[in-house]
Design a protein around this ligand. Structure first.
Ligand code: MG
Length: 407
């Protein structure tokens, strides 16, 4: 048994580190269980991590939970939200009509969360906050990926446009209904600020946890868009082999046998693509962060500390991203699917703004507050791809007059 004494913001506690599973120990008085998550963080996190105990709290005051820290509660609230469940019906890059086995926005979200947690754990950052941020980051996506977003942005161009990052905040602050006394999920201010930074990219340098999720997002989609594109036959393995980042991924770590099947090579490529980028990021920032031990998260933001990969890998990522842009995102097969999807979103938007009476009551009420254009935009943005298809068929093709709610 190892006894250790730590100082948690004035609270001196003796901790038995061999018995750290406080959560299920109902014999423990609730006050001690409340402190357990703070104690755990005190032992595991680097000084510059965002400690739960330093959270600025929530908009509507709530007492601390007995055995879950504030960011754990945030993660659970996002996970249990209706918007999160709808991610399973939203495309990432490739639509449902192109196949069944590629990523959806839900699986992308989980890939981002695991990559971000890996980075966060290696840097001893707050994994609970990281996971909550990752699960939240894409819940504002409209149906049909970026084509749906572009279409809504165009429809709302006179009203400030549409951004999925901003809509994520609208969902969790206004549209999700979890409590009877106030709207939204009442998430921690750190989580909202992190998501807000994704929208504005302005203000103070965000917490390291926020930066980690941002990196994990782009690492995930680089790798899995290439994987899905090869699987769907839009891209051939040999095309990727000429790219520097792909070469780096194939040459490192896991050896592959000569004569391996293309499918095996593709799998090696994809997981090594993730590994080399994560590895480069960690290698590039670790020594810098070691030199900042002792500083807290606030000082790190004030100093403008930014996590970054090496110049070499950044240049390789740029080449890789440009290749994907030219050869996948602009692939004729994808372009035609996208323009059909954008057309549906636009037609629905136009019909419903002309006939607000078709809207579900909730969004008709919402129009009183935010105006009819924004309310229709929000209604469409909350749909899954299939729901949008069905509403388009019902309202546009069949001339229906009653749009369904998606709650
Ligand atoms: Mg994403």
């Amino acid at each position: 048994m190892q006894m250790q004494k730590t100082l948690t913001h004035g609270l001196a506690m003796a901790i038995d580190t061999d018995k750290m599973d406080f959560s299920t120990d109902t014999r423990m008085p609730s006050q001690q269980r409340t402190l357990a998550w703070a104690t755990r963080e005190e032992q595991l996190l680097a000084s510059y991590a965002m400690f739960s105990i330093r959270s600025a709290g929530r908009r509507y005051h709530e007492p601390p939970h007995m055995f879950r820290g504030p960011f754990q509660r945030d993660r659970d609230r996002v996970l249990h939200s209706s918007a999160f469940r709808r991610l399973s019906g939203k495309m990432q890059v490739f639509t449902g009509e192109m196949g069944d086995y590629h990523r959806t926005r839900l699986t992308h979200t989980h890939e981002v969360a695991t990559i971000a947690r890996t980075i966060g754990r290696a840097l001893r950052l707050n994994e609970d906050l990281i996971e909550a941020l990752a699960l939240l980051h894409d819940i504002g996506h409209p149906p049909f990926g970026h084509s749906g977003e572009d279409a809504l942005d165009e429809c709302l161009k006179d009203e400030g446009g549409f951004s999925h990052n901003r809509f994520a905040l609208t969902l969790v602050e206004e549209l999700e209904m979890r409590y009877t006394t106030y709207p939204g999920l009442n998430l921690s201010k750190e989580l909202l600020a992190g998501q807000n930074f994704r929208t504005t990219h302005q203000g103070e340098t965000p917490l390291l946890e926020v930066q980690v999720v941002d990196w994990a997002d782009s690492i995930a989609y680089n790798a899995h868009d290439a994987d899905d594109a090869m699987k769907l036959g839009l891209l051939h393995f040999s095309q990727l082999q000429s790219l520097d980042l792909a070469r780096r991924a194939l040459d490192c770590g896991t050896a592959y046998a000569p004569g391996s099947t293309e499918r095996a090579l593709r799998q090696v490529l994809v997981h090594n693509l993730i590994d080399v980028q994560v590895g480069d990021l960690l290698e590039n920032v670790q020594s810098r962060l070691d030199g900042l031990q002792g500083l807290d998260s606030l000082s790190i933001s004030q100093l403008g500390i930014q996590l970054n990969m090496s110049d070499e890998v950044l240049a390789e990522r740029e080449q890789f991203g440009k290749f994907l842009f030219d050869n996948v995102y602009r692939h004729p097969q994808l372009v035609s699917v996208r323009s059909r999807a954008a057309g549906k979103v636009t037609q629905l938007f136009e019909r419903l703004t002309e006939h607000p009476e078709y809207l579900p009551t909730r969004f008709l009420d919402r129009a009183q507050k935010v105006g009819i254009h924004r309310a229709v935009g929000e209604y469409i943005a909350g749909m899954t791809d299939r729901f949008c298809d069905a509403e388009h068929r019902q309202i546009i093709e069949l001339g229906g007059t009653q749009a369904r709610d998606w709650f």
